[in-house]
Write a protein that binds this ligand. Structure first.
Ligand SMILES: [Zn+2]
Length: 267
């Protein structure tokens, strides 16, 4: 996404200069199967960008380049997209669920509260969920609360039959059923935090964030108190366990670059 307002959104550059916001997806290779965490925009959005809505397109300016979609990048890595058997979603906002249609046979793991909010959104949340992105009828696998504890967070272990440790970590606030996704690797845990924060400085102590981005987070929150409480817990996790867990969010380009420099090995 290439919105104008670099200084207010990224903390540097001109007031009206364009900046870059990414949609960070994670591909986990487990034996012969692939697990995809979030899907960003998909080929359906590239073919019909209008489905994203006029307000979203005017404010965030998604580029919708087909070669950047998850399915094309997975093919470019030499994989068969049909091997993506599972998709784990942090939430179903339009910039995270756009690629679902590119993997119609995958099981899509989601929190029940998120699926319910997406299927019958409140009036003020109608623009964030785009029904056309799941018109193909995904194989939803709904998860509820409960489960184990993970660094003090609630955690729901997924796919126990697979040879990798993957768990959903409920982090509601940005949306009704927003969740992080934890993946164990040979070099510690990865935690995909989705939109629980937007900027790397937010999980530093003290937290810091460019003002335009902070405003964007506030405008788009489902439950402000829950969002702030969870962000505080992530700051605490970074402070106390930053050497065991690598946290990253969906939209920070620096965090994507760092991850791309050093792919991890799932265990
Ligand atoms: Zn987002």
């Amino acid at each position: 996404m290439c919105p104008r307002g670099a200084r207010l959104l990224a903390g540097q550059g001109g007031l009206l200069e364009k900046t870059e916001i990414v949609a960070h997806c994670l591909l986990v290779e487990v034996g012969r199967e692939l697990v995809l965490v979030d899907t960003g925009f998909g080929t359906g959005d590239c073919a019909d960008p209008k489905r994203l809505g006029a307000v979203f397109r005017a404010s965030v300016a998604p580029a919708c380049r087909e070669r950047e979609t998850a399915v094309r990048q997975i093919q470019a890595l030499g994989h068969d997209p049909a091997d993506v058997r599972h998709i784990v979603t942090t939430h179903l906002d339009l910039d995270h669920a756009g690629g679902l249609g590119d993997f119609p046979d995958a099981q899509v793991h989601v929190f029940g509260a998120e699926l319910a909010a997406a299927k019958s959104p409140a009036l003020r949340e109608r623009a964030r969920y785009i029904e056309a992105q799941w018109a193909h009828g995904p194989i939803w696998v709904e998860h509820g609360a409960g489960g184990d504890s993970w660094f003090g967070f609630e955690s729901i272990r997924l796919l126990p039959d697979l040879d990798a440790e993957i768990a959903m970590i409920p982090l509601p606030g940005h949306t009704a059923g927003h969740s992080g996704v934890a993946v164990n690797t040979s070099d510690g845990w990865l935690l995909h935090c989705g939109d629980a924060f937007f900027f790397h400085g937010e999980i530093e102590t003290p937290g810091r964030c460019p003002p335009g981005l902070r405003l964007f987070e506030t405008i788009n929150q489902h439950d402000g108190k829950a969002r702030q409480r969870n962000q505080e817990r992530l700051r605490e996790l970074q402070r106390n366990h930053g050497d065991e867990v690598t946290l990253f969010c969906s939209h920070d380009p620096q965090m994507l670059e760092a991850a791309q420099r050093q792919p991890a090995v799932a265990t």
